[in-house]
Design a protein around this ligand. Structure first.
Ligand code: ADP
Ligand code: MG
Length: 240
């Protein structure tokens, strides 16, 4: 579903991704871990065309992202992304946040979009917040709305960039629970996270990135209990 070959990314003089190759299968749940500044966000952003590709190839859901001719907006309709900050539209109710893209981008009938939105709000446990303003919700609730909003486009892949890092600790669990449910339902997911317990429990594969390269990858069992690369071991000893 995702094929990345020899991906390099430069920002001016700085060489941030230095030859990343990685294939991700349908329904796979991949957690990306690594130190701050190692290129995790850039890697994820390259997967939905938020960053241009300096060198190499990135194919996501059949779209060649490295090719300037590719219709990136079309690609993004099938790839949901959730960021650290919730990015809800502040001037729209929760319901309108969910119906906007399906109605405006997909031409879905409003009644249909409302029914879909209500289903998704129920799924993330927030149907009672249907008519609330984003600012009246806790960070964890906003993040669950952001996930529901991404799901409203019926994506084949969901990308998460530290979705719980900005949350108060007591709000993290509900968001992780929603992500866990998605994983169980077979959503293809790439998740940058510092939640090692979650990665251990939910990931099919863990990728450790440091200095713009994949230093090590494997099933969580292996990465967390018997890392082969001393860099992985050193990183884990700081965060576990
Ligand atoms: P991580 O998510 O692992 O913390 P990032 O991918 O955000 O790392 O950043 C990797 C490196 O790329 C950092 O040194 C960061 O400063 C740099 N970087 C990221 N985005 C930009 C940008 N738009 N312009 C210049 N440098 C950037
Ligand atoms: Mg980041």
């Amino acid at each position: 579903m995702i094929h990345i070959k020899n991906l390099h990314k430069h920002f001016g003089e700085s060489h941030v991704l230095r030859g990343i190759s990685c294939d991700i299968k349908p329904k796979e749940v991949v957690c990306v871990i690594g130190p701050s500044g190692s290129g995790k966000s850039t890697f994820l952003r390259c997967m939905n065309g938020l960053e241009s590709v300096s060198e190499g190839t990135v194919e996501v859901n059949g779209f060649a992202i490295h090719n300037p001719q590719t219709d990136i907006n079309k690609l993004r309709e099938s790839v949901g992304m959730v960021f650290q900050r919730f990015n809800l539209f502040p001037h729209m109710t929760v319901l309108d946040n969910l119906t906007m893209a399906p109605v405006n981008l997909k031409g879905m009938k409003r009644t249909e979009a409302v029914a879909l939105a209500e289903n998704l709000l129920a799924k993330v446990g927030l149907i009672d917040k249907r008519d609330a303003w984003p600012s009246s919700l806790s960070g964890g609730q906003q993040q669950r709305v952001a996930i529901a909003r991404a799901l409203a486009m019926n994506p084949s892949i969901m990308l998460f960039d530290e979705p719980t890092s900005a949350l108060d600790p007591e709000l993290v669990g509900d968001v992780l629970q929603v992500m866990k449910t998605l994983a169980t339902e077979g959503m293809t997911m790439v998740i940058v996270t510092h939640e090692m317990g979650f990665a251990r429990e939910v990931a099919d594969r863990v990728i450790f990135i440091d200095q713009g390269v994949i230093q090590e990858e494997g099933p969580p069992q292996q990465i967390f209990t018997a890392p082969a690369n001393p860099r992985t071991a050193a990183f884990l000893s700081k965060v576990l």
